[in-house]
Design a protein around this ligand. Structure first.
Ligand code: S3P
Length: 171
């Protein structure tokens, strides 16, 4: 698959809770290639958490930082990049990824996503009265967009990190 002959950065895209960060890190360790998580890079540069950035500066500011970080990572040495779940929505981000890398969508079912994200309080978009319904709405809206990624891996809800990592390698 694309990660074996790494001429282009592989950008993991997909919903909150789809495992982009965990699988990106595992891929990087397994293949000895660089890995950057774009949310972590934004947090480091801002010396603030994603939640604090959303609260203090607003989502639009976060999206600007996200686009800038993504471009910087794509213009560097090839490696694995995990994005936040919204990064692939902006057409300009999709264009940059298609031009300088390749997008790989981790496609995970809604129930599994909910099971994973409900335990955490790190997603400002889910700070609503009914976070489960919000997640479902975001899932419906975004699925057709994620489907435009160059590569796709359908991940079973009970797949282990090793299985999913191998799945990405075999895509
Ligand atoms: C977001 C997902 C988050 C983070 C921010 C917005 C989104 O990343 O970038 O809270 O729009 O889906 P994860 O996908 O890593 O949760």
């Amino acid at each position: 698959g694309p990660v074996y002959d790494l001429h282009r950065t592989v950008v993991l895209v997909g919903m909150m809770g789809s495992g982009k960060t965990v699988i990106g890190r595992a891929l990087s360790a397994r293949l000895a290639v660089p890995f950057v998580d774009s949310d972590a890079a934004i947090e480091e540069a801002a010396a603030a958490t994603i939640t604090e950035i959303f609260e203090r500066d607003g989502e639009a500011f976060f999206r600007e930082r996200e686009a800038a970080v993504l471009r910087r990572l794509l213009s560097g040495a090839p490696g694995i990049v995990s994005t936040g779940g919204g990064a692939f929505l902006a057409p300009s981000n999709r264009a940059a990824i298609a031009e300088m890398g390749v997008a790989l969508w981790l496609n995970v079912d809604l129930e599994t996503l909910w099971r994973r994200v409900r335990q955490k309080d790190t997603r400002p978009l889910l700070r609503t009265l009914d976070p489960r319904a919000t997640l479902a709405r975001i899932y419906e809206e975004r699925t057709p967009v994620y489907a435009r990624a160059g590569l796709q891996l359908d991940v079973k809800g009970d797949a282990s990190i090793d299985e999913t990592t191998q799945g990405v390698i075999d895509v």
